[in-house]
Design a protein around this ligand. Structure first.
Ligand SMILES: [Zn+2]
Length: 372
């Protein structure tokens, strides 16, 4: 996600915070310190209210993270890599490299998050119960966190795909029908319908009661319809790529260069061709590849004295394909290793063609247009 900063690693998964989350953090802290906690009329000092606001926001942040970690934990346990967790304005999102292969696993992956939020709500709720009247600042804070975690669980259980509840719904339809694509279609249609219900409900509230709450509900509804449309588009792409092999989609519009060229010479190529990626070859045999990312690691004053061979990604570190690899698997692999270009080779590293994410998506799109 754009505009995110990395804050650390848990279970080997990089954790990011999107800048939108910082606004939420500031807003929640302010709201708690100035409005929510003082309305308890317990007459704590200003400083206590602000400290409570900050602690509660931080624990809310930790709760969101634990929700995502619960999803991730089930994935990792079942051999599905998790690429990252990002916290942003609507909560958190864990990026997983591929989808579950069985409905039962999808059910567990989806249910783990809301389960964690309910468990957190129970833990905060019991601390609230035992500290009531004994230590009021702590009980105010934990009482609020119990409610907000319960709210988080309930919202996520709304059966609108791609929310957790929608994924649970899809896994059940998948189990009943035995058809993953049909289940995805039904779940994303339901997701869209629920999004429209939220929008309609929001508009109704704006008209009848309170402007801001209605606007917020309608906004969430809009977000849900967009997300559902996005996932159904993804499902269509996957459907279109079924049965397609690397040999069918590879393209030949790549440029091969020699490893003895200097970076300065390659820079001229870039300026003339607009290409940002080159294959390094010796008599049609692949030696490696070089892209602007490799370039960025070398200071410009050294471009004259550095050769392509010195900084290229060597062939052994590249993901190579053969003509029989299936297209859908390639797309998933690209997501998994975060690489948008892969080279198709024969048994002796002779180049047969190039596959890019763009070429895969364009192929899927044109195939779909032909079908309709
Ligand atoms: Zn979740």
């Amino acid at each position: 996600m754009k505009g995110s900063i990395k804050i650390g690693r848990i279970l080997g998964i990089p954790i990011y915070i999107n800048y939108t989350w910082l606004f939420v953090f500031a807003f929640i802290t302010y709201m708690l310190a100035v409005d929510v906690f003082p309305s308890d009329e317990r007459n704590f000092s200003q400083l206590t209210y602000w400290l409570l606001g900050i602690c509660t926001s931080l624990l809310f942040f930790a709760s969101l993270l634990l929700h995502e970690l619960a999803h991730s934990f089930v994935c990792l346990k079942n051999g599905i890599p998790v690429k990252s967790i990002t916290l942003f304005i609507f909560g958190g999102v864990a990026r997983i490299a591929k989808e579950a292969e069985k409905p039962s696993l999808e059910f567990l992956m989806a249910a783990a998050g809301p389960f964690a939020s309910i468990a957190l709500s129970a833990i905060f709720g019991s601390i609230w119960w035992f500290t009531r009247g004994v230590y009021d600042p702590l009980s105010s804070m934990t009482g609020y966190l119990a409610i907000i975690n319960l709210g988080l669980a309930i919202f996520n259980l709304v059966p609108g795909y791609p929310l957790d509840g929608g994924r649970i719904f899809r896994s059940i339809v998948w189990l009943i029908t035995g058809d993953h694509q049909k289940a995805t279609r039904i779940a994303s249609q339901t997701g869209k319908a629920i999004g429209y219900l939220f929008i309609a409900g929001g508009v109704f509230i704006i008209v009848r009661y309170n402007m801001w709450e209605g606007l917020w509900i309608a906004f969430v509804g809009w977000f849900l319809t967009m997300a559902a449309a996005g996932t159904s588009r993804q499902a269509t792409i996957k459907q279109s790529l079924g049965g397609i092999k690397a040999g069918d989609v590879m393209v030949s519009d790549y440029i091969s260069i020699s490893s003895v060229l200097t970076l300065k010479q390659v820079h001229v190529y870039i300026a003339h061709t607009g290409k940002l990626f080159f294959l390094v070859t010796d008599h049609e045999r692949l030696l490696g590849s070089i892209s602007v990312e490799n370039f960025a690691r070398v200071p410009q004053q050294e471009w004259d004295s550095t050769t392509v061979g010195q900084i290229m990604t060597p062939v052994n570190d590249m993901q190579l394909l053969n003509t029989e690899d299936d297209a859908l698997g390639i797309l998933e692999k690209m997501d998994e290793v975060d690489d948008n270009r892969m080279v198709v080779v024969d048994g002796h590293n002779g180049i047969l063609g190039l596959i890019t994410r763009d070429s895969l998506l364009r192929f899927a799109l044109s195939r779909r247009q032909m079908a309709t």
